[in-house]
Design a binder for this molecule. Structure first.
Ligand code: SF4
Ligand code: SF4
Length: 335
């Protein structure tokens, strides 16, 4: 086994992804934190809201995936109830994205087949991870990850690539193998929340991304790990698609804002809101007005909000179109 195949995971009609931010609070203060309390408040959804909103977004006839997020979602005392309710409502996959602290004895309150636990690690060792995520975070996260694997849960790891850790990504496949992790999500840093003001320290160039990420992903795949990472740059023959137009994604915040595009989360342009338990379409200049704009650079919100990752040729044409940030590719080993 010495090669790998990369497959773009196109948007699937009828598939829905519900990203439910239960609260914005967190015990950590990561350098690249994307949470923006000015836009999304400091409250958490109540137990009743959690149940009601899960019902509001449930559509058991379609493949609906739910991802519980924060802040740190395990700080919500009713997360276990949320997971069990989501199962009863027919959500097909249930994931908790945690920073690894696993508060409120979550693992004692749910069964291993009730949710996938995804751990955020931004370095293969404390010297890389902890300057980004906080002192002693590597130890706590990896210890809890191992406990979770031992209990039989399906676990994955998310690595947010920035200038602070891109050169250490190549050590992750060995660490993941040692920890028993079979699924690895590599994500590119987005400039939202706190990371928007630390852009110079964090942003990777297109060349760095294209030369450094795929080889590590291929090696991890050869070691038996399923690797998913964003497409970012479209190949010439590939068609640009905006998930806001062709897919169903909802990014729900505890103050009731519901976005369709994660790049828009720093702005009050959410297409939807939940008010008094009802999902309401917003009027005015909302994110969906931008989704239909057809530009040579690909994603219009990327062009507006993070143009630094677009490189132009000497005739002023973009060298690559930027894909939708929600478009992923999966790499698997050829056996
Ligand atoms: S990035 Fe996640 S874990 Fe880090 S401070 Fe923000 S919410 Fe917490
Ligand atoms: S990232 Fe760009 S392409 Fe994707 S939903 Fe947002 S605006 Fe559309």
């Amino acid at each position: 086994m010495n090669s790998a195949t990369v497959k773009t995971l196109g948007f699937k009609a009828g598939e829905r992804n519900i990203f439910f931010h239960l609260l914005t609070a967190c015990n950590l203060s990561c350098v690249h934190c994307y949470i923006n309390p000015k836009q999304h408040g400091a409250n958490m959804v109540s137990r009743q809201e959690m149940v009601d909103w899960l019902k509001l977004f449930a559509e058991p006839d379609k493949k609906s995936n739910i991802i519980f997020l924060g802040g740190e979602p395990t700080m919500h005392p009713d997360l276990a109830l949320g997971i069990k309710t989501a199962r009863q409502l027919g959500y097909q996959s249930i994931t908790v994205d945690s920073n690894g602290f696993l508060f409120n004895d979550l693992l004692e309150k749910i069964k291993a087949d009730e949710a996938v636990i995804s751990f955020s690690l931004d370095g293969p060792e404390p010297e890389v991870n902890d300057p980004i995520r906080g002192r002693d975070v590597f130890r706590v996260c990896t210890e809890n990850l191992q406990k979770t694997v031992k209990k039989g849960f399906d676990v994955s790891v998310i690595y947010t690539v920035s200038r602070m850790n891109i050169d250490h990504l190549d050590k992750m496949p060995e660490l993941l193998t040692n920890l028993g992790v079979k699924r690895f999500f590599i994500q590119v840093i987005g400039f939202r929340g706190k990371s928007a003001s630390a852009r110079d320290k964090l942003q990777v160039t297109p060349d760095e991304w294209l030369t450094k990420i795929p080889p590590v992903a291929a090696r991890a795949a050869e070691m038996g790990i399923k690797v998913i990472f964003p497409k970012v740059f479209l190949d010439e023959e590939e068609v640009f698609q905006c998930a806001g137009q062709v897919a169903e994604n909802y990014f729900i915040f505890p103050n009731g804002r519901v976005y369709q595009c994660p790049l828009c989360e720093d702005y009050p342009v959410n297409a939807w809101r939940v008010e008094d338990g009802v999902l309401i379409k917003n009027e005015g200049l909302t994110e969906d007005r931008f989704f239909t704009l057809n530009i040579a650079e690909g994603c219009v919100m990327n062009k507006l909000l993070q143009p630094g990752n677009i490189v132009y040729d000497d005739k002023g044409r973009p060298r690559h179109r930027i894909s939708c940030c929600l478009l992923k590719q999966e790499i698997t080993a050829n056996r």
